[in-house]
Write a protein of this length. Structure first.
Length: 61
């Protein structure tokens, strides 16, 4: 089963979708499909995405 088949059965996290939509347009334009996929489907976030979002993330500690 490939990734696109798996996604058709699993819906994106609504909170993460809302967070992604709330980002400034210049940040959204930098996010690749793979990065967005990782964010929306609760996968391990690539370092490249964490770097782009560093000013928008809060530490859970």
């Amino acid at each position: 089963m490939n990734d696109s088949t798996q996604h058709s059965k699993k819906k994106p996290d609504p909170k993460r979708m809302a967070m992604l939509r709330s980002l400034p347009i210049e940040i959204k334009q930098q996010i690749t499909g793979e990065e967005a996929d990782a964010l929306l489907y609760d996968k391990e976030l690539p370092d490249s995405l964490l770097e782009k979002l560093k000013d928008y993330l809060v530490d859970d500690e």
